[in-house]
Design a binder for this molecule. Structure first.
Ligand code: UD1
Ligand code: CA
Length: 483
């Protein structure tokens, strides 16, 4: 980073976020795989600040636990009562002491703000030698925001809140984003002098600008190139908007790096997803967590993958996959559910209406239709017939089934675990296999068929079935007619 590192970034996040109408604190709402506050902290981290401070208040235990897990480098400072943005900063500086150097103040609810924009603010701040530089934006509808009041030559005079503004000030379309670069020592002094004489009776951080200007210091502004970036999330409509903007940004970067996205409008990716060149994402695809899709693989339509690895050239259609590893050129779906611990080797198949869990499927092995495979090791080249079930759970324990290389499990086999099918062994269709089948043997475990001649004529006399049987007897057709 070319700009000097800030001494500290202070993220204000103590507010309740009432308009979310949620049991979850606003800043813990998620978009693209990260919470609101994590997005802000990630952008701040890009500046390599000396310290990262988050002001917490509402639901502080929950927020603190979240920060300890996701951002151990951030220091939480409690603001027990939310008495305004100025009060929040004062509490921090009372808790940690005055901070020399540049102090950046931001909010926890602006997930679209990029490191580059914060760096541009710092650059302007340093170049102009300001005591404070505020990040502003021209917005189509400034309602609810503080307005940037400038004099005739454009010098920033003050920030006036909507509730304190006169009609002329309300007409100003340049808004205060709430992000500022401060000279830390001047901030520490000025924030103690902030009044509460305003419409909301709060300590406004915005008043620090007027105080510093009146002290004869330089006060400046940096206008953000894109106003969308500085807009905060206050309700779920804005959350959805921010999610779409962020998702579009992520998809655009992937497309420029060689990924085909058939329908960006219905494709969703989290920030930590990795996509290699020539990946194709079909409509309705959602990639979550640390999912990785290797070169030339195709995912979708309508597939949701979480923390899943997809090998090069694999095809995944209409599938839900969680913590699965799909090998190169493997085939999944249409309509498959791969649960944690599923590992498909190269060219393996988990086909239509197939569910797998904790299952290793060897190279080229196939489970093509209508099967449940739980707690299994399947050898290379094995084939599992339609409608088979790995009966892994006896009501107490989960047990393992092994199927050897090139084994052939007949349709509708119940493999009652623990059980082992040897290399090259077969099972007869419809078998309930509860003891091992040695290599090369066939396991047959089903009732023998017997046919009772003339049963329909006796028991269903006069029915359509009986008439059909009679016609067959007259024409000597033993197989049934094929029309
Ligand atoms: C503030 C600005 C306004 C700006 C707007 C941009 C002030 C006085 N006004 O208004 O000029 O246009 O942001 O969004 O600063 N917070 C605390 N502790 C508090 C109060 C707030 O941590 O005591 C946090 C909130 O969690 C929130 C942020 O600070 O993330 C902004 O607070 P909010 O009350 O929403 O300020 P606005 O009225 O939107
Ligand atoms: Ca706000």
């Amino acid at each position: 980073m070319s700009v000097p590192r800030p001494a500290a970034v202070i993220v204000l996040a103590a507010g309740e976020g009432t308009r979310m109408k949620s049991r979850t604190p606003k800043i813990l709402h998620e978009l693209c795989g990260r919470t609101l506050v994590d997005h802000m902290l990630t952008a701040a981290r890009g500046l390599e600040p000396g310290r990262l401070i988050v002001v917490i208040g509402h639901e502080r235990d929950r927020v603190q636990a979240h920060l300890e897990r996701t951002s151990p480098d951030a220091q939480a400072v409690v603001q027990a009562e939310q008495r305004g943005t100025g009060h929040a900063v004062r509490i921090v500086l009372e808790a940690v002491g005055a901070i020399g150097g540049t102090v950046l103040v931001t909010y926890g609810d602006t997930p679209l703000l990029r490191t580059e924009t914060l760096a541009a603010l710092l650059e302007r701040h340093n170049q102009d030698g300001n005591a404070v530089t505020v990040l502003t934006a021209e917005v189509p509808d400034p309602h609810g925001y503080g307005r940037i009041v400038r004099d005739a030559v454009g010098t920033v005079l003050e920030i006036v809140e909507e509730k304190d503004a006169d009609p002329a000030q309300r007409a100003i379309r340049e808004m205060n984003s709430g992000v500022y670069a401060f000279d830390g020592l001047l901030l520490a002094d000025a924030v103690k002098r902030v009044s509460t004489s305003n419409a909301q009776g709060e300590e406004y951080l915005t008043e620090v600008l007027s105080i510093l200007r009146q002290d004869g210091h330089r006060v400046g502004a940096h206008i953000a190139a894109d106003h969308v970036e500085v807009e905060g999330v206050n309700d779920r409509v804005q959350l959805a908007f921010a999610r779409r903007v962020l998702n579009s940004r992520l998809l655009e970067a992937h497309m420029r790096a060689g990924v085909t996205v058939i329908d960006p409008g219905s494709t969703w990716v989290d920030v930590d997803v990795t996509l290699e060149p020539d990946v194709v994402l079909h409509p309705g695809t959602q990639l979550h967590g640390r999912t990785v899709v290797a070169e030339g693989a195709e995912v979708g339509p309508v597939s949701t993958l979480t923390d899943t690895l997809v090998g090069a050239g694999a095809v995944v259609r209409n599938a839900v996959c969680v913590e699965a590893r799909i090998g190169p050129e493997a085939v999944v779906g249409p309509y498959a559910y791969l649960r944690p611990g599923t590992v498909l080797a190269r060219k393996a198949k988990a086909g239509t209406y197939v569910e797998m869990k904790n299952a290793q499927v060897g190279e080229g092995a196939k489970v093509p239709h209508l099967s449940y495979v739980g707690d299994a090791v399947i050898g290379a080249g094995a084939n599992i017939g339609a409608s088979s079930v790995f009966v892994n759970y006896d009501g107490v324990d989960k047990n393992l089934t092994t199927v050897g290389e090139h084994a052939f499990v007949g349709c509708d086999t119940m493999l009652v675990a623990p059980v082992n099918i040897g290399d090259g062994a077969y099972t007869a269709a419809g078998s309930v296999i509860d003891s091992d089948v040695p290599p090369g043997a066939i396991g047959v475990a089903r009732g023998r068929q017997r046919n009772i001649e003339g049963w329909v004529a006796r028991k269903r006399a006069g029915s359509r079935s009986a008439e059909a049987a009679l016609r067959a007897a007259e024409t000597g057709n033993q197989q049934g007619s094929r029309t």
